[in-house]
Ligand binder design. Structure first.
Ligand SMILES: *Cc1c(COP(=O)(O)O)cnc(C)c1O
Length: 432
């Protein structure tokens, strides 16, 4: 076992298998020579791992998958085109035959929309709870049709943290998995599997890639959940793609892959069917991002803490939302789960009206007005109009996403310049 910083640079890659290239090469190849019929049979039936067609696997992406799986402490991973592909595939794979998913309303906007109004068209319904840390509310919401609990480790934009251990216990008592979107902290700040989560998803577009360059997502499997407990027939019914009709051998995903059944199904059914593969070029950029993940997170978290403290002292700032502040009512959970900090995103409530908000987002000079997080650049956005537009107003209000809220994603610039920029933009927004 090597440490996190060694893994983020070396895990999943053996240069000797890649012409001794020090850096992971980009395999820009749609398909691969199968050489022998025997190998072709093995690849097609999934009995041997290897590459035949890049929709089903690619050597550059394979390194990224192995590296992310190790960094999160999982047994396998599937990289996909975007974070939303990862969220969608993980949730649908768990609730594939219909059912409901329990989740809080403070999820990423597109995830709320998927659960609230899109997945129901496929027989997958949502069961939203007001407070995911209210275990009684969560447990009361579970019924025979519940297929998973889904939560974000750190919510956007409130930065509320989820009590993963407690939630995992509730889920497991009822034979359902806990699926965690761990995008905001990245595996450097938090590893949900160590606290009982079964499946972890990321938008690797954010802190993992870290440079605002490439879109990407990943589904990581802990290998710990028992998909054969009777609630998930998609894993126990015979499936032709993991069988050999020619030989009359019929298998289910669980029979074929055991503990890896979930992550294999995501790859072999979801990615192969819906086709949301990651490009090898993007995988290369994400690997480059991972090389410096720890240093970037440390610096950005330290900047975020300074900015949060400063905002608390500013006129016109009514409230700062950053669970990493010492006076946060989540202080205990943060101390338990996030010793290195809760992350690089924070938000604050401004006095005044929408015109003041507009003047701030248009008045910043170091910050950029961008609907993204986890970049080396610092960014500002008004969530109610942009990132949370598709979230129903009732949910926005319940989670403090008012028209006067501004979200910051803090990058690697000098903290003094970020602070001075916010000072001038906020002061400018209230000039007569
Ligand atoms: C950005 C984000 C997503 C979606 O990721 P994309 O790569 O943009 O598809 C999902 N969850 C969270 C928490 C995010 O921040």
């Amino acid at each position: 076992m090597t440490g996190f910083n060694t893994q983020r640079i070396h895990a999943g890659y053996d240069p000797r298998q890649h012409a001794n290239a020090a850096n992971v090469p980009i395999y820009a190849s749609a398909a691969f020579d199968m050489v022998t019929e025997r190998q072709a049979d093995g690849l097609a039936s999934g009995e041997i791992d290897g590459f035949s067609y890049s929709r089903c696997g690619n050597p550059t992406i394979d390194v990224l998958e192995k590296r992310l799986a190790q960094l999160e402490g999982g047994i396998g991973a599937v990289a996909v085109a975007t974070g939303m592909a990862a969220v969608s595939f993980a949730l649908l794979a768990a609730a594939e035959m219909g059912g409901n998913i329990i989740a809080p309303t403070n999820l990423y906007g597109a995830s709320v929309d998927a659960l609230e109004s899109f997945f129901p068209h496929f027989g997958v319904h949502s069961n939203f709870v007001k407070n995911i840390n209210d275990l009684t509310e969560v447990e009361d919401a579970i019924n025979d049709e519940t297929k998973a609990i889904f939560a974000e480790s750190v919510a956007n934009p409130s930065t509320e943290v989820t009590d993963i251990e407690a939630l995992a216990q509730v889920a497991h008592r009822h034979g359902i998995p806990l699926i965690v979107d761990n995008t905001f902290p990245t595996p450097y700040l938090f590893r949900p599997i160590e606290h009982g989560a079964d499946i972890v998803v990321h938008s690797t577009t954010k802190g993992i890639s870290g440079h605002g360059d490439a879109l990407g997502g990943v589904v990581i499997d802990s290998g710990n959940f028992d998909w054969t407990n009777g609630k998930f027939p998609q894993f126990t019914e015979k499936d032709i793609v993991v069988s050999d009709e020619r030989k009359g051998v019929w298998r289910s995903f669980s029979e074929a892959y055991g503990r890896e059944a979930f992550v294999r199904r995501v790859r072999i059914k979801y990615v192969r069917t819906f086709g949301a593969v990651q490009s090898p070029f993007n995988a290369y950029l994400q690997l480059l991002g991972l090389d410096t993940l720890s240093e970037r997170e440390d610096k950005a978290v330290s900047n975020a803490v300074k900015v949060a403290h400063h905002l608390e002292s500013l006129p016109h700032v009514k409230q700062v939302y950053y669970s990493g502040l010492p006076d946060s009512d989540q202080h205990e959970l943060v101390a338990k789960y996030f010793p290195k900090g809760v992350g690089t995103v924070l938000s604050f409530l401004l006095d005044g009206d929408e015109s003041n908000i507009r003047k701030v987002v248009e008045g910043v000079k170091v910050f950029t007005y961008i609907p993204n997080v986890g970049d080396v650049r610092s960014m500002i956005v008004n969530p109610a109009r942009v990132t949370h537009r598709e979230v129903p107003a009732a949910y926005r209000e319940a989670n403090g996403v008012s028209d006067n809220l501004l979200r910051l994603s803090i990058g690697l610039e000098d903290a003094e310049d970020l602070i001075a920029d916010l000072d001038q933009a906020i002061a400018g927004a209230f000039e007569e």
